[in-house]
Design a binder for this molecule. Sequence first.
Ligand SMILES: [Fe+2]
Length: 360
Amino acid sequence: MIGLWLQPGWKSFRGLGGELGKITAGLLFFGFARGRIRYNSSSMSIQSDSIPDQISERLGNRNVEHRLELQKKLTMRKVSQGLGPFAMDHFFSLDQIIGTVIGVCGLKGLGLHNMMDLQIVENEVFLPGLPSAFEGFRLMQLSDLHCDLDIHLMEKVREMIQKIPHDAVVLTGDYHNKVSHSFERSLKEMKKLIPLLHPVRFGILGNHDFLEKTAIFEENGLPVLLNESCSISRGDQRLWICGIDDPHFFKTHDLVKARTGIPEGEISILLSHSPETYRQASELGYHLQLSGHTHGGQICLPGGIPIYHNAPGCRRDHLSGPWREKTMVGYTSRGTGSAGVAARFYCPPEITIHILRGVR
Ligand SMILES: [Fe+2]
């Protein structure tokens, strides 16, 4: 039997070479011209002035103001979230250029097939001091759903999760694809997904998620942790799920607050959209960090070598799969969905099942 206990203050539960380089250069202007006219922010279905008081109290007024300001700039395309060439994304659409290059190379079908090749990955996590009641506990992680990129993939996710045995589920952010496009379709997909999730469920927001989603998710039954924690109990034993707001772009995360009140020695699992928090999380005593955001590179070279990643300060091993930072273990999902371009190469999407094991 699993019971839940909420922290005080948490009020609502409920093989490409030189030739390709030339093609890319040739398509730059083409993509630039197309990209500038395709954006449409007028059909946003959520409004930046609609943050309920209880959410402002939970995240803090300063964080809310900071987030809303950045959200507004994103909507108006005054800033972009990417690094390197993607930092120019508000001037032209690099995704369109990459998509066009993939099409010209005749790889569109293969890329889409790979994107739909959703794999179930089991990851054993060894946690010294894990309460015996949680031995073998199966924690599902869905990450970076970017629901609106391809709704057929979301159908597959809904089908698959119901067939995989698990004891709880966490969603590590990024439910939407492009922030300058309407949120309607991704919210509709999430409303279909949430009722099918395991009843013990928690979400956090990523850099593609506007704060207004929090109330909508919670009204539909997905608690969102905004620098907050929640415990899962089995009998008289428990462990803690701590969730922070996006540490990558909005930087409204607070790892100290998310862990406040947790008694010394009790297991704390951190949900952090990006692995970038690994160092501070380890220093603060978190036992396990679960992240996504990197997509493992999404479009990789043979062997899963990422061509590009958007997690500054991270090592290669932080970009996908299990990793360790001193006494803390971590895992970065390659993502359940995909973003930008509906294609993957040498980097399959995943539904992750973390199997908790004590070390005795
Ligand atoms: Fe992200």
